[in-house]
Design a protein around this ligand. Structure first.
Ligand code: ATP
Length: 311
């Protein structure tokens, strides 16, 4: 079984407009409203893959209720902690050329809710072979985000934990907790982690091979349409993708995390794990919706993802 954690979910609203002009009135030609936040995207893709998945995190107010209702329509166990504030909304406006985003910060989580969440994790975590933690950490009353993340990881002692949180928080905790088993930075997140810019694929390979920060962690450095460079245990691989028609790559990283979680849950070998993870990311990029894969596309793509051992 797989447990996903979304500490700061959102209702993601996407507007399509003819053109975007500051100060003007806009009437969208299309509006899509989805249950979102990176962890919820991971959850939806795992459900699309037919995995046995439980979702937890914080939900509150009418927005939280709306997300809960959307997820109840799927085959997902829900264990969200109910908080006082209203779950956030994030708005993306597409004008055909650019995407403009307005991202609310989300409600503050009280000390009592933080404690409830940790207690629930401590009670249920042992049931799960794989745990994912994704997305931003909410505002926490009287608590540092780093300290809270370490407390969460300290309850996850028996599972394979995949951590895909915002760059600053990841930087703060990587190397500080023995309970991070995999991370999935994209190229710019990886560059932030190692304080270097403009890395070539060869540079990424060398850093993964030698930097002690990654010694005990599996690392999937995703490179959009260029595939990924992956470190699994001591071996580094380069994965390449077939040409596809990318419709909307947003959430492809989350779909990749779902593919990794699914592979670990099913004890897949390293090459098949990489192929499955990237096939999920690429299938998501082929869909207009965010956090959506098509099983048939994943099955086809798995055979077409090239995996080469770099060393
Ligand atoms: P997000 O933050 O939007 O979830 P990300 O920046 O974390 O995404 P990317 O590196 O963009 O992640 O993509 C993850 C994976 O998704 C890639 O390794 C690849 O398999 C697939 N992917 C993303 N964009 C494309 C694309 N344009 N064409 C094909 N595959 C893609």
């Amino acid at each position: 079984m797989i447990l996903t954690n979304t500490l700061n979910p959102s209702i993601d609203i996407s507007y399509q407009v003819e053109s975007l002009e500051i100060g003007a009135v806009h009437r969208p030609t299309q509006m899509i409203k989805n249950a979102g936040g990176k962890g919820i995207n991971v959850t939806k893709v795992l459900d699309d893959l037919g995995a046995d998945v439980t979702a937890t995190g914080y939900l509150g107010g009418t927005n939280g209720q709306w997300i809960q209702t959307q997820l109840e329509q799927r085959n997902i166990q829900l264990q969200f902690i109910d908080i006082e504030g209203n779950t956030r909304q994030c708005i993306a406006i597409n004008d055909g050329e650019h995407q403009t985003e307005i991202l609310e910060g989300g409600p503050e989580v009280s000390k009592a809710s933080q404690a409830l969440y940790l207690k629930q994790l401590a009670d249920i975590a042992h049931q799960y072979k794989v745990v994912t933690i994704s997305g931003s950490t909410p505002k926490l009353m009287n608590q540092s985000k780093t300290a809270y993340m370490i407390k969460i990881l300290n309850t996850l002692t028996n599972s394979y934990n995949i951590v895909d949180i915002d760059g600053q928080s990841l930087k703060a905790i990587l190397g500080q907790s023995a309970h991070i088993h995999a991370i999935k930075p994209n190229q710019s997140e990886f560059e932030d982690l190692v304080n270097q810019k403009g890395l070539s694929h060869q540079d990424i390979f060398k850093i993964l091979k030698t930097n002690q920060l990654f010694k005990d962690v599996d690392v999937f450095v995703t490179l959009g349409s260029e595939g990924a460079i992956i470190k699994l245990k001591e071996t580094i691989y380069k994965a390449s993708l077939p040409n596809i028609n990318a419709v909307n790559p947003v959430g492809s990283g989350d779909a990749t995390v779902a593919g990794i979680a699914y592979s670990v849950e099913h004890d897949l070998d390293p090459v098949t794990t990489i192929q499955t993870a990237l096939a999920c990311g690429t299938s998501n990029a082929m869909q207009a919706a965010t956090g959506k894969i098509i099983q048939q596309d994943v099955d086809d793509l798995i055979k077409k993802v090239g995996v080469e051992k770099l060393g």
